[in-house]
Write a protein that binds this ligand. Structure first.
Ligand code: ZN
Length: 88
């Protein structure tokens, strides 16, 4: 028998700009602090970023919020005049 409606307590979404409610289970079982809407819209982006200078360079994956990612891309575009490899 399926029973999954036992205690589906709703808690506020963890995003300060969001007024949605989400099932508490989402936080307890999966560790998501924000509702589905927020986690979909504001997915984190992993961006390969090159560090160092000419002789010593390495690439590291930097995880950013979506808005940080956009700001980053804009900045990189201004700095290097194009960053083709990162387009998705
Ligand atoms: Zn939300």
């Amino acid at each position: 028998m399926m029973k999954n409606k036992d205690d589906l307590k709703m808690i506020p979404c963890g995003s300060p700009t969001c007024k949605e409610l989400m099932p508490e289970l989402r936080l307890i079982k999966f560790g998501y602090k924000v509702c589905v809407k927020c986690s979909t819209v504001k997915a984190k982006r992993g961006v390969p970023v090159m560090f160092g200078s000419k002789d010593h360079t390495w690439t590291d994956l930097v995880v950013m919020e979506d808005n940080e990612y956009k700001a980053f891309k804009e900045r990189e575009n201004n700095k290097f005049g194009g960053f083709d490899k990162l387009s998705d």
